[in-house]
Structure formats: structure tokens, C-alpha cells
Design a protein around this ligand. Sequence first.
Ligand code: BGC
Length: 785
Amino acid sequence: MSKMDAERLDIKKTLSSLTVEEKLRMLTGDGMWHTFGAGELPRVRMSDGPNGLRMTDGNGASAVPSTCFPTQSMLANSWDSALLYDVGAAIGEEATALGVNLLLAPGLNIKRTPFGGRNFEYYSEDPFLSGTLGKAFVSGVQSTGVGTCIKHFAANNCESYRMYSDSVVDERALRELYLRPFELALGAEPAAVMCAYNKLNGTYCSENEYLLKTILRDEWNYSGVTLSDWGAVRDRARSLKAGLDLEMPYSYEVFGEKLRAAFNKGEITEKDVDDALRRIIELVDNVYLEPYGDYDADSHDRLCYNAAVNSAVLLKNENGFLPLTKNMKVVVFGELAVSAPVQGGGSSHVTALKTLSALDAFNLRSVEVKYCRGYSSDPKENVAAYEEALNAAVSADAVIVFAGVVAPTEGVDRHTLSLPPEQENLINGLTNAGHRVVVVLSSAGPVLMPWINRVRSALYSGLNGQAGALAAVDILYGRINPRGRLAETFPIDTDFVDEKNSSRILYRESLFVGYKYYDAIERRTLFPFGHGLSFSDISYDSLSVKRGDDPLTYEATVTLTNNSVRDAYETVQIYVSDRTGRVLRPRKQLAGYFKTFVEGMTTTQVTIRLDRRAFEFWDNDLHAFRACDGEYKIIAASSAEDIKKEVSVKVDGDYRDHTDYPAVYKMPLHGNISDDDFKSLYGGDFPRPRKSPVKGEFTLDCCLDDIKKTLIGKIMVSAIKKRAKSVAPKGSIDHEAFLSFSLYTPLASVVGTSDGEMRANTARGIIEIANGKLFKGIRLLLKKK
Ligand code: BGC
């Protein structure tokens, strides 16, 4: 859908018609979801999100139901850009129908560790996979005329203390890993880029000129809008100066006065303001449309099913135990068969158009199974549930345990990768009794599986959207030949470099994230990156590599044979391994992939193009990408640990030197990377960790946790804790999310994001009182506006 010339705005004229006050006002949003519409200028309507349209007026779940697609973390298992394009286009269609002009998605952060609380909103641990899928999604959404906003720029990899935490990342890891997905997705020209909450190397991303100007504008030539994550701005004038065009949501109440003062003092100039506004008006011009058209919910549901089928991963299938047949006596265990989460919580949560449990799905496909609860999280009930389960399983041909962990939610990191003990206990009990156990796993990412050797089969069904249960049942019974591949490593244990719950997180592992880490420490994983089984047997017959037309580009051609009668899909992965030894490098890196259909008993060829970046590293001295001169291996694989063919090539690189690195980073890598080791890689002193402010130093940038030792702080914290209990039971993830938002969000951001629940003067009053200025504080609390 493109706009007629007559509908285009005259940007110059619009800008010159605005008063200074209007211009300053336009630098922040209008309410939770709109840009400010000065004069006749329409307001752009924004909405989350990554796995469906979250159409809400306030800050809660969506009020208008929409198709709930698999989460980003699941969609990534499809390794299928065309599918991502289609999902994007479908969400775009739903957005146009509801008058949403800018979709706040996709999330392009790297899954640095499996503990990341928002990993379900991100694609992968690998930057190439994340970026190429993200680009396809952006193209799909924008094909409908709706803009996308890629997020969270940058290095936003954990939730604990998320509004203050500082990601300390060395330049190579930043360029090669954390920025790469953004750089790739910019190829599809997303309408906007959202800055992250956290700091990067000591500076808030909302005020980070290096990110917002040097990299985004000067190097990458990006001309769209930069906008803040909701409540991420700490000082509006400073963020504008650093390159942040639009602050979201409305918070003129907090920053308006200071912004005006900064303007009057010349700290920000009219040119700074106009530059930002030109891009905001251009955004309005490009994406604003009244609600338009309709969409076919049934066809979106079918797409959802297709997406789920492509995203579920068959992890294990001993001796071809799956597929099951309808004449088998099957017992199904687990409450998750009755109701399993299909998405995560927080800003990405949508009200699904449809819900379908696994039991419904068995029914729909006319498969008769016996259901038994099997376990209970209440220890008293669990004893009886367990006994009942073992009795129910007697004489079954197969038992299916629906296992998993609670749905993740924004704001809370995972604390454990283990399944709840009652579930492990059931799986152990059933296998010990000799039953043929199939586990269907619902989780936001990896779980540890000490029982894996004893079960016959395991299917990762993750958070697979409104049609996820049907896809799982169709795989179990062979209606579908499984085809998903893990977009992240499933580790055997949690022995990896990680620092959680800290206000300053040193990314000591540098480039070695995910499969690159396991390659570097030379340890096997539970299930490697890229792993996924089908019911067919595919062999890799040959790999040939030829130089492309441009220097440093190659074409890798793989010949595959499907040795089974059954049609299948295979995801060919091409990794590149730098053998020159000139610089520190991961053992291998994903450089290309393609998911192809292979008809039963036929042979097919797949050609994958590798661009120069497949060979390059970031040279910290030259501040540019360069390629080492020498030998590389091009590897065709069906997972990071299942290498099928290799070919050596000699690359004429422009880097002929040798860079030395701290000994601890030499291969094999050891887990204990000290501060000093990392410092020499980082290339200087680390930024100081945040110091907890004391009485007299409190500002609106402080959170309730900062003032918890003052009297008003104690009162507020205890009120919040009381309220948290009424929001959700203590110990639940929603309870924790509520506490984490309420206690660790700067008060200025609470004002902006609480949708009017806390006013600016209330926040100012609390801070004054905490600083010991009782009367001033009370006066502010009593002020109406
Ligand atoms: C999230 C963003 C989201 C925004 C608006 C924030 O809390 O971090 O991802 O787009 O809210 O809902």
C-alpha cells in the first residue's frame, strides 16, 4: 500500500508552521502509544509486538484479540526467512485493520545466556541468524505500509536491574555480535530504532551518542527515527543532543520544564530540535494511515499453525519411536496438556484469538488418549498424583509427559534451568518402571534434562503460539515431518560465564557466546545450536565452494539425498572457520543457511552465498572490518556439532599482521576470566558501577529501592509489597515482575509508564521527603498538577 502524492506532507512547511513550544512538545509522545500531533498533524499510533498485535490503550494486556504467533524465540527455530516475512505481513495486516502505524518489533538482542528473562522475545544466540530473520520480519510488516521499530539498541541482555544495569562489552564483541543483528535488519529499512534501557559501557543507551549518532547515522546511514524504550530517558535534553529523536511515552510533565530551560540556555539548539522533528514528521508521513481493510483470521490461524510446525524441534527420537500410531494405547500426563503457556508476559503479551490445548488437539485429530494429571506443584497432592500416574501407565504402549516451566515475563530473569522437581520425579518414575516415555517440552528456552538418556523421544514445543499444541500433536502422530532447528544451544549444565544481578555486567566471554563458547571450552552440549531431527534420513553427499564475483564472497553448494520415502525439510548450515591464527576468533561462525524441501528418495542441491562479512573481524585499531589473509575452512553442517563436509579456501585478506590476546583467551578457553584479563581485551578501565545514592542525593532518577531506608521509602516499599500480594501470589513470576517494576524503576520513568497512576508532582514530593525536605515534599504531594 503506498500513499498518493496528494496525501504526502510537506515536511519543510509543516516544520516551519510549528511554534517552539509545539516543537519541544513533539519531542515526547502523547499518552502511552502516540506521537504528539501538533496542529493538523496526525498522530502515529504504536503497538507491540513481536508475536502478534498487542492492542491496548493503557499499559495492560491487549484489549482487542489478535492472532498469537509463536514467540520470536520459537520462530527462529524455523530458520525460514520466507516464513518470518509472512508472519510479519500478517501482523502488519492486523495492524492496518486496527489503525496501528508502527509495530514495536522485532527484538534483535542476542541471547547471551539462557537466563535472560526476555530471551523469548529475541531470536537467537547467533547474530547472523537473528539479523537475517529480523530483516525478513521487518520487510514483511513494512510490505503492508506499517512501520517497524527494531529494538532494544543495544546490548540489552538481562532483566535484573534493567533500568540501571551497565553492559560492559569490548569493541569486537559489540561490533561482531551485539550490533550485527541491527546492522543486518537495517537492510530492510525499518521505520524506527528503539534504544535500550541499559547503559552500554557506562552511558545510558538513550544518551549514547556513539550508538545513536556515530554508528547508526554516520556509519550505517540510517535516516529513520530513533525512539526511547518506554521510560528509558533520564534527561531529555541530553538524550536529544546524543541523537534520540522521540521520547516515549508521554513525559513532558517530568522533563518539559527542564527541556525548555536547556533550549533557552542554548544547551540544545533549534537545529537539534528540527533535525529530530524532521524525522518524526517524516515518520508520520510514511506510516500514518486511518484504520484500513480487514484480515482473514482463519488464514492467519493457518499461518500460525504453519509457523508452529516449522518452529517445534524434535530433540531426540530413539530408534524412530515417533511417530506414534493411532492404534497405540497412549497415556498423556501433565497439566500442561490441558493448559500450557503459548507466549510470554509483559509488553509482548497478546490476547490470543484462539486457545487450543494439547487435549483439544488430540480430540480434533480423533486420537484417543487417556489423560492423567501426573504431577502437582502442591507437594501434598503430588504424592497421590504420582501414584495415580504409575497405575495409569500400566500396559500403555507409550506415555507422553507434557513438561515445562512457567511462562516467562518481561522484567524477570530465569533463576534456574531445571524443570520443577515433581515433573522430573514423574519422568524418572515412569522410565524406571520401564515405560516408553515421550516428553513434550514447553519452556522459554533450554531446560536441563538429567533424564534425557532414559526417555525415548523429546519434542521442544516451547511457546509456540495459538496453534502450537496442534503442531505438537501432528508431529507426535506423524502427520507432520518435524523440521525445526534450535536457534540456541541447550547446555548440559549451567557452568558458563555469567554475572547476574549486578549493576555492572562485564561481558568477559567477549565473542564466545552460545555455540562459540562451547566450541571454545571444548565441551559438548545437551543439544547443539542448529540441532533438530526429522523422521527421514538425509545425507550430505558433497560440498563444493567457488569464489563469487566480488572479492571475499563465496558460493557453497551442498548436495543432499533424502534416503527415506518420506518427504522432508533439511536446514543446511554453513559455518566459516578462520584458520589463519592472526586474531582471536571463535572456532567457527554461522555464515549462511538455507532450509530446503527434499522429496523422498531424491537428491537436491542447495547453493548458499557467503558475503565478505563471513570472513571479517572488527579491527579495533582501524575501526573497520577486515579479513585475515590465509586459510579458512568452509563447513557444511546440520548442527554446530554435526559437521558433514569441509573445504579449505585461501582468502586474500587485507590483514596480514598478528594480534596478540591475553593468554586466558587462547583456546581452549577457561571459564575463569579475571577482571584484569578482560580489561586488557576491553582496552581500558571499566566504567564505575552505580553507587547507591544516600539521603540528600536522591533525584527522580532514583527508584524506590534506593530510598528504602528512609521513612517514606519504608512506607512506600511496604505498600508496594502488600499490593504485590494482591496482584499475584508470592513466589509467582507475576508477583516478582510487579515488584521488580515497582521497586527498581526510576520514579521519573514510573510517572511516564504508569499511565497516569503516578503524577510527576507525587514523584517529586516523595523524593523531597526522602531527602529530608518534608514540607516541600508535602506541598508537592498536595499539588493537583
Ligand atoms: C519494553 C519494550 C516495549 C515497550 C512498550 C517496554 O517495557 O521494553 O519492548 O516495546 O515497553 O510496551
